[in-house]
Design a protein around this ligand. Structure first.
Ligand code: URP
Ligand code: ZN
Ligand code: ZN
Length: 461
């Protein structure tokens, strides 16, 4: 099966050109001068459109048990929604439950995702319990293609690791060439603030944000960076939201340390004011770290331009307003933490291009090319180039759309961006050469997506 995408503007992180793209089977056969190839089984006219590598969302949580419930997208529904939004690879998190091993966790996540994904997928591993066995199991996880390990400085009693435990895991990461990903918030201090707020009668959602101040994200980020420096481990700060944390990352990067960070669309477009919406509506925006005051957003956009923020992922972790977010009515600490977003990352970041915050090439870089390199997928994913998997999005930069829960495909009863008008829209999506989105319809299938065994990071300095 050969597909020819004609007359589009091919945009890679390295530049743009008017070219045709020939797909043969599952891979890209050629990026050629317009008109060089004329024959194919399927011809897609991309005149006036961008032809970009499929998005890679390096931080999602499908079917994740958390906060007394479970995130509401299955691997089937979540990856279908991702495809609608131009994302053709997700990297989800396998979550070690306390008292269980990393390898049994991996088996469990393979069983959940295998045969259900509409697009390709990979895993990071969450280490909830650092002991000799977990540390020993990092190496076989790496052999199995899972070579990035998330740890938590937040959530004492759930996922939290002490500094000593983090240090030991970092030593093991250095030894094995793998990456530590850090949820950097000072959970011990936060838990005190939460208890004090609740005791004083403050139960509304906005207090989730007020009890997790940016200084405690900055402090934890600095501490993680120092631990990484001592152990010489590569460190990736997940879902960075506060300028305090960004300053710490920038300082480490200026000093030449292998420290990287991602932010998420919600921190670029939403703010703590959304958490203060009346009638418990603020619960829709409860995630950790929390949304920050609006003035942090300009710093985050600048960080994206300077590469102190290298990646934008969604941290997609959808809980329905009804019955799930509602678990925390009157007690914000019981609201399941997480927000939906996997479907709209590419569109929301394209708004950054429209607004002049980032270039077209940078859009592709932070949403696809760098995640591919960061997490060992370069060569297959992240670039429109001969030999790469034909994960391709034809994107119409002039189309208009309005985000709404009425039209989105995520399995969640609200949108954090309800009513937001977007310039740009996914037109056609190919996943390993197969058309999965075209003409406003889903043409993919559950089970098309394959597990990606990842190489070690190709982004280290
Ligand atoms: O609130 C969040 N971010 N939920 C998902 C779990 C995590 O910490 O990434
Ligand atoms: Zn986290
Ligand atoms: Zn997350």
């Amino acid at each position: 099966m050969r597909t020819l995408i004609r007359n589009g503007t091919v945009v890679n992180a390295t530049g743009r050109l008017t070219a045709d793209v020939l797909v043969d089977g599952e891979t890209i056969a050629a990026v050629a001068a317009p008109g060089l190839f004329t024959e194919a089984d399927n011809i897609i006219d991309a005149t006036g459109k961008y032809v970009i590598p499929g998005g890679i969302d390096a931080h999602t949580h499908m079917e994740m048990p958390f906060g007394g419930t479970s995130s509401n997208d299955t691997f089937a529904t979540g990856t279908t929604a991702a495809a609608w939004g131009g994302t053709t690879t997700i990297i989800d998190f396998a979550v070690q439950a306390r008292g269980t091993s990393l390898l049994s966790t991996l088996d469990k996540w393979h069983a959940k995702a295998g045969g259900h994904c509409a697009i390709d997928y990979a895993f990071h591993m969450i280490i909830s319990e650092v002991d000799d066995n977990s540390l020993k199991e990092m190496a076989p996880c790496i052999d199995a293609g899972v070579n990035s390990f998330k740890m938590f400085m937040a959530y004492p009693g759930v996922f939290y690791s002490t500094d000593g435990e983090i240090l030991r895991a970092m030593q093991q990461a250095t030894e094995t060439g793998s990456m530590i990903m850090m949820h950097a918030e000072n959970g011990i201090a936060i838990d005190q603030l939460v208890a004090q707020a609740l005791a004083a009668g403050y139960g509304d959602p906005v207090h989730h944000g007020l009890t997790r101040p940016p200084e405690l994200e900055g402090e934890a980020t600095s501490r993680a960076i120092q631990l990484a420096k001592v152990t010489r481990a590569p460190l990736y700060i997940v879902h960075l939201s506060a300028r305090h944390a960004l300053a710490a990352v920038a300082e480490a990067r200026n000093a030449g340390q292998n420290v990287f960070a991602e932010t998420c669309p919600q921190y670029l477009y939403l703010s703590i004011e959304d958490m203060a919406r009346p009638d418990f509506e603020g619960a829709k925006f409860v995630a950790s770290p929390p949304l920050r005051p609006k003035d942090h957003q300009a710093d985050l956009w600048r960080g994206l331009r300077t590469n102190d923020l290298s990646v934008v992922s969604t941290d997609h972790c959808p809980f329905c307003f009804k019955d799930q977010k509602e678990l925390g009515r009157g007690d914000f600490s019981k609201i399941p933490n997480g927000m939906p977003g996997v479907e709209h990352r590419m569109d929301l970041l394209h708004q950054g291009v429209v607004a002049g915050e980032i270039s077209l090439e940078r859009w592709v870089e932070i949403s696809s090319t760098t995640p591919a390199r960061m997490f060992g997928l370069h060569g297959r994913k992240g670039t429109v180039a001969p030999g790469a998997d034909a994960d391709i999005v034809v994107y119409d930069p002039a189309a208009k759309q309005t985000i709404s829960a009425l039209t989105h495909h995520m399995n969640v009863d609200y949108s954090a961006y309800e009513g937001m008008e977007i310039t740009g829209k996914v037109d056609t999506v190919l996943s390993r050469g197969s058309v999965v989105i075209a003409d406003g319809a889903f043409h993919g299938r559950e089970g098309h997506g394959q597990f990606l065994k990842r190489d070690l990071s190709q982004y280290l300095i």
